[in-house]
Design a protein around this ligand. Sequence first.
Ligand code: ZN
Length: 173
Amino acid sequence: MKATEKEKAAFRRYAQDNKEQIREYHKKYYQANKGKLRKQQKARYDIIKDNPDRKLREYKRRRQWWEENKELHRGIARTAWHKLKKEVLIYYSNREMRCAKCGFADIRALSLDHIGGGGCEHRRQIKNFYSWLRKNGYPRGYQVLCMNCQFIKRAENNECKGPSRLIKEMDDD
Ligand SMILES: [Zn+2]
């Protein structure tokens, strides 16, 4: 039986309003039934494993589900990213969430700066910089700066090719 649009909307609203409880419930349920759930999953996979038709059908079903819920997932990912960024910036600005140089406080234009320089190279090596910081217990050596102050710092130190070159060219005029 397929859920109607109205039912889907009601479900989404319910999920939104009870996010925390649902998450807790799922976590507890998973912990309590881990072994059983894994076995079920494996059994399901064993059935379709040697059956190309079913495998394809399963793939299409998942694909379609993904397509139908794309926006929802993007929204979730975006929210998670904003939450992570906020957490990291709060930590590195003594809970103030301001630029360490000029005090600018709009999170959209704030980001983390490698105090000793070399941040560009470091960021290039790490896929998700903010989550790397959190995972590594917030290592020292970073500060919160606004984009203006970052560009100015980069230009002065001749760091990071892109924006600093731009600013240099503007200075030369
Ligand atoms: Zn600033």
